[in-house]
Design a protein. Structure first.
Ligand SMILES: Nc1ncnc2c1ncn2[C@@H]1O[C@H](COP(=O)(O)OP(=O)(O)OP(=O)(O)O)[C@@H](O)[C@H]1O
Ligand SMILES: [Mg+2]
Lengths: 254, 411
């Protein structure tokens, strides 16, 4: 489903991703962990199509298409979804207008008929319930004045609305209380199916108790330096990243 | 007949000493003569292409008068502001009449108010307007009368210059006016309009305006207002489709607890220039004012907002708010904002802010990441930028119309 080969990307002349490889198949859940500043959000942004990043080398294929040639909206139309680490506040654009436009644009891209107002509202209600999102938030501007946790839930809510085939969750667990964490994880689990996949970026293995990954990767200095089963997350939590840094440096130098 | 600005100024100077004109008119003409032709060197014309405009556009005075358009109810369509016979007197007591009618039938009332609201004496056009106005409308609402429906005036601009309107609201009277200045079949030229506003104690005037006189014509428009105790002036102005516009707001809060709101949108495109100057004076204690302006500039257009708040020494407990925001949609488009505060009282709350920038890249990316095309995302953010100002217009035809005008621009 997603094939990343030797991906190099830079921002403002600074190379952040330095030859990253990753393969995600339908039905899988991949966790990506790694120290602050290692390039996790950069990877997520490059995949979603943020123009500030320049890809200098490598390829990314998504369902057989060359992802790097596509506009962000086309990527979304084709089923890629990014839950932002820092969801953006957009004063003056109402949540409802935003959701409706998003859904209709994606449906148009997929060659589906537009949803009528009644079905749209039904979907909104149903998916709000799924992540237990306060209904009142729908009356506000996009993310404006939302608490940290509300923003994160709102991301999962949008994911549930758009039903992506590949969802990248960038630290969606940060800022969530224990109950919210479970609710969000439940939401994700309900959306899991053999045909879609998740890439879950997190610092805490706690999330992985709820969303059990098939593989765990460690991203360090712009590369994936270790890949292992879900137990790797526990090991990281216990030992930190130092032991990996040493071997990674050896690997890079060697 | 059209004449140039210079010819006009010479003639006007001669007329200043004619016994036919009012004392205030004569003084204004003399001030106009002393000020002379505006130049870019004057601070108030900085950024404005006024010199080239005066060379390009005729300064016209007279043209064939249009046919009256009768419209039922309170909507009077194209009012005949140069017609000596025009007077609409409502059974409830308010009336609107042309200035020539007033000069003929109610000269004392006219002379009492005409030119009695303050100007700032540095703008030659305002002086010219006072000195030489020959047409316009006089609105009068008697004590305690509330006009429950807004009046509606569709101005297709008879080619007459300058035009002056006077609003006189007596104690506790109130009225609202929806005004549209449209392209019509006006000749190219520079229009000079002034609205002179006199609000007595507790009176409330609400003016909602769409100024879109067209790509061929320029407009200098002055709002000269004098507010007495507890009176309230609300203005909501959208400047669209204009080769050139200069709006002056010269507003004086003369007595306690008066309130003025100046809210507006200016949306120049192509090579257009739209320029708003607010000079608001708090002259008495406990008055409040609210200024909120949004500028959106496209193509090679320029939008200018300069807003001055003066708080006089006795104007304690003043509450003044000013915010100007600019959105630049194209590389060569410009927005200038210049706030000035001049405060001589010590117990006041004045806040002002100005922001200018392009569409927020992060927000754009967020929308696009949700499948919304770039063009649509830009439109949504642009609409969000002026939405809060447009939402201050009451529901109704003018709001819908402006909303549509703007939508058409983005699509
Ligand atoms: N606009 C920019 N200009 C220069 N450097 C940048 C820019 N944006 C990001 N970076 C740098 O890129 C590196 C990777 O950042 P990124 O956000 O991908 O890290 P991360 O792994 O997501 O970290 P965290 O766990 O803290 O979220 C950091 O060193 C960051 O400072
Ligand atoms: Mg990050």
């Amino acid at each position: 489903m997603l094939n990343i080969k030797n991906l190099h990307a830079e921002i403002e002349g600074k190379e952040i991703l330095k030859g990253l490889n990753l393969n995600v198949k339908p039905g899988e859940v991949h966790a990506i962990m790694g120290p602050n500043g290692s390039g996790k959000s950069t990877l997520a942004s490059v995949l979603a199509g943020k123009e500030a990043y320049e890809v200098t080398q490598g390829q990314v294929h998504f369902n057989g298409k060359n992802l790097l040639e596509m506009a962000p909206e086309e990527r979304a139309g084709d089923g890629l979804f990014l839950a932002f680490q820092y969801p953006v506040e957009i004063p003056g654009v109402s949540m409802m207008n935003f959701l409706k436009t998003s859904i209709q644009e994606v449906r148009k891209y997929r060659g589906q008929d537009p949803l009528n107002a009644k079905d749209f509202l039904k979907l909104v209600k149903e998916r709000q319930a799924l992540v237990e999102l306060d209904k009142k938030l729908a009356n506000r501007s996009v993310n404006e004045g939302f608490s940290g946790g509300e923003k994160k839930r709102n991301e999962v809510f949008q994911m549930a609305m758009l039903e992506p085939t590949l969802a990248i969750l960038d630290e969606t667990d940060s800022g969530l209380d224990i109950d919210a964490l479970r609710i969000v994880a439940d939401g994700v689990n309900k959306l899991r199916s053999p045909s879609n996949a998740f890439v879950v970026i997190t610092h805490y293995q706690r999330l992985l108790d709820y969303i059990v990954p098939d593989v765990v990767h460690v991203l360090y200095q712009g590369r994936i330096v270790k890949t292992g089963p879900k137990e790797l997350a526990l090991e990281l939590e216990e030992k930190g990243y130092d032991w990996l840094k040493l071997s990674a440096t050896e690997q890079i130098e060697g | 007949m059209s004449i140039s600005f210079d010819t006009w100024l010479n003639q006007a100077a001669k007329e200043a000493s004619s016994p036919k004109v009012l004392g205030r008119q004569s003084e204004a003409l003399q001030r106009a003569k002393a000020l002379g032709k505006p130049t870019l060197k004057q601070e108030i014309w900085k950024y404005a292409p006024i010199e080239s405009l005066l060379n390009e556009l005729p300064w016209f005075q007279e043209a064939p008068s249009p046919k009256p358009v009768p419209v039922p109810g309170h909507s009077l369509g194209s009012w005949q502001y140069q017609d000596v016979a025009f007077c609409h007197k409502d059974p409830s007591g308010w009336f609107v009449a042309s200035l020539p009618y007033m000069a003929m039938h109610q000269p004392e009332m006219l002379h009492h108010f005409f030119g009695a609201a303050p100007t700032r004496e540095d703008d030659v056009f305002a002086e010219i307007n006072t000195g030489h106005a020959q047409a316009g409308l006089f609105f009068h609402v008697p004590k305690g009368l509330h006009l429950n429906a807004p009046l509606s005036w569709l101005d297709k601009g008879p080619d007459l210059n300058p035009v002056r309107c006077i609003f006189h609201l007596e104690e506790d009277a109130s009225m609202a006016l929806d005004y549209r200045l449209l392209e019509g079949n006006g000749l190219p030229g520079l229009l000079n309009h002034a609205w002179e506003i006199h609000l007595e104690r507790g009176a409330k005037l609400s003016l909602r305006r769409k100024l879109a006189q067209g790509k061929e014509r320029g407009l200098v428009h002055h709002t000269l207002a004098k507010l007495h105790t507890k009176s309230c002036l609300e203005m909501h102005t959208s400047s669209l489709d204009a080769r050139f516009q200069r709006l002056n707001y010269f507003v004086d809060l003369c007595e306690e607890e008066a309130h003025a709101a100046i809210i507006g949108l200016q949306v120049p495109e192509f090579q257009q220039h739209i320029n708003t100057r607010v000079d608001l004076r708090h002259l008495a204690p406990n008055c409040t004012s609210h200024q909120e302006y949004r500028s959106i500039s496209r193509g090679k257009a320029q939008a200018v907002f300069s807003g001055k708040i003066l708080v006089a020494r006795d104007a304690q407990k003043t509450l003044a708010y000013q915010h100007a925001a600019g959105l630049i949609l194209d590389e060569q488009a410009k927005v200038y904002a210049k706030p000035v505060l001049e405060i001589y009282a010590d117990d006041v709350k004045c806040s002002h802010g100005a922001t200018t920038g392009q569409l927020d890249e992060e927000a754009l990316f967020y929308l696009r990441a949700r499948g919304i095309s770039e063009a649509l995302a830009q439109r949504m953010l642009t609409e969000a930028f002026y939405g809060s100002v447009l939402d201050k217009l009451p529901q109704g035809s003018l709001k819908d119309e402006i909303e549509n005008d703007l939508r058409k621009k983005w699509s």
